[in-house]
Design a protein. Sequence first.
Length: 283
Amino acid sequence: GGTACVATGQPFDTAKVKMQTFPNMYKGLVDCFVKTYKQVGLRGFYKGTTPALVANIAENSVLFMCYGFCQQIVRRIVGVDRKTKLSDLQNAAAGSFASAFATLVLCPTELVKCRLQAMHEMQLSGKIIQGHNTVWSVVKGVIQKDGPLGFYRGLSSTLLREVPGYFFFFGGYELSRTFFASGRSKDELGPIPLLLSGGFGGSCLWIAVYPVDCVKSRIQVLSMAGKQAGFMGTFATVVRTEGVLALYSGLTPTMIRAFVANGALFLAYEYSRKLMMKQIDSY
């Protein structure tokens, strides 16, 4: 699921990070794409793909594993049998709980990804003299400058994004599946309803938490040039100096990516899960 998500959405994710961190450099999505292609070439859209793959595979592995555990916790809290189907709202709560665990593996890999994606802009703006163009050089730079805890720059922002965001993510997904099922079992849904449900869930997530993600990207990228203020300090500075709309820079590529990538994520997840369950049942 994580691999499908990155394969379909990486260029849009790169544009998102660039526009969030340096909103004054780009007039919009098309301008960002054109300038990136002229300056760096096609490979510029796939900077940070390796850590993005690691991040998405690690995050979604932990997320969906913990989602199952958290569904059982929710069942205990509401006092129902462990095989009872949860409501869409209860599934949303379980997804929100699960995201807190996923954040711990996501934050370090996303920090490396974001820095690689915005490295060219950091050099252009004069914030750093020479950029690190490989995953290992970024990892080594973080360890040398800040030690292992440096990988958790932006952890509070990531938590603030993930916990409420995944409530809307799983809530939107399950609500959409309920709509398409129309009284049938959700497990009987075909690929198109699953794609649309995943896309709807992803869109709900990003609409709800986009300003938080913008602050997170700035903290993780700009901390290359020196210590950054925390979440509230960075948020207040952006609003005061650039206005509220700066928190929504890069929203267009994000929404395109959210629908396409999360549709692919849930489609791959549901079909791989069914395949694994069949193999387990055959034993």
